[in-house]
Design a protein around this ligand. Sequence first.
Ligand code: SF4
Length: 472
Amino acid sequence: MQFTSVDFEQNVSKALNDQYLQQALRKGMQGFVGKRAEAVAAVPEFERLRDEARDVKNHTLAHLDYYLERFEASVIRLGGQVHWAGDAREARNIVLEICRKAQAKTITKGKSMAGEEIDLNEALEADGFEVVETDLGEYIIQLAEEPPSHIIAPAVHKTRDQVADLFHEHHSALGFDRRLTEVPALVDEARQVLRQKFIDADVGITGANFLIAETGSNVIVTNEGNGDLTSTLPRVHIVTAGIEKVVPTLEDMTVLMRVLARSATGQDASTYTTIFSGPRRAGDPDGPQEYHVVLIDSGRTAILGGEFQDILRCIRCGACLNHCPVWGSVGGHAYGWCYSGPMGAVLTPLLKDLEAARHLPNACTLNGRCEQNCPVRIPLPSLLRKLRHRQYEARLTDSVTRYGLSVWAYLARRPALYRFASNLIARSLHRLGKRRGWLSRVPFAGGWTGGRELPVPQGATFQTQWRSRKRV
Ligand code: SF4
């Protein structure tokens, strides 16, 4: 996916003016928040599970080298192969080499954010392979030639009409003449198109929700069963996953499973949860002949052990996106890379480029809903604040912000002066806007007043009121 975080402001303005996107976001995102709340309310021990899930991930990250080596040994014992990729280019080359050796023509793919991260489809297609996404949302955006806009609902930015147009345009040549508009009919048509691709595929590529060190297994959860067909039908199965996906045992995985689906879609459990362990054994009725796991670092070890390590706990549930007012207004494409919302605003500057992605940590109101709903208790607002601090230290913050922060810091260290200045500003704003009750322009706050009016301060400042209350 082309990295366009650098154009964040432009992306946002495009998103806000896209009526189809706004319509799709309003409709598509309605259910997630309410369903999560219901699912969580039905599990009294949910907060304890969040603690346990956090602890499992923290323990694994503290001993990541050990568990990765244990995972590798377990995969080899099963007859599979593990490949270590330092960066995206290396990961792509490993996958390409496996596909070439397998003399593959058709490759089916399950949904994989790691695959998106390393631009796998583009590399495979450039090498002449036919690549078919099999998750319905991924299939839709593949037809539209767009990147995913949400980590669990890649096509949530599309309206039903847009999907109907896409299917009609691409499926007519396959004998599907009618433009269908009802959801079940569209799903059925996609199923019919994809069925033959599953049968034809030489290689299947999936991601992994979890990798299990003790058994060498990879675990995927889907609601469509496409991941299972992608993994078991082709001759070769390739798993692409970030190194942080490993957990010690199957039991540890069950703790994370209990918070994953509830946080993501509000389901008690996803429709399909499958544990794959190595290639087909003698006597097995099905399964791939070759089983490869590509472990991707691509910047993760640089995060490990540092002040941003908490983000490596992320299990890609999407809850922070679903609860983020910024994501809900502009969708995922505005963030300019495959990861969006609060987790993307932390991960993208760390994995890509702090300077190029400098807008992302600032695209946040620090309302805290992401942290409140994160199943592994990642302190996203704190991480965003730390990134802002890092930007400030690296002099990547614009001069108006730097100057404003210096003035504020100077005043904040002198309480009497701070009170005097805030009273003066409040009184001046009140005087300026008292006739209308609001202000349409405020110096240094053009970003806020460009799209809304600022109500004038109604009286004394909070501190003045507090002091007078104390006197009473
Ligand atoms: S940061 Fe937390 S809420 Fe957001 S996707 Fe990751 S696990 Fe889910």
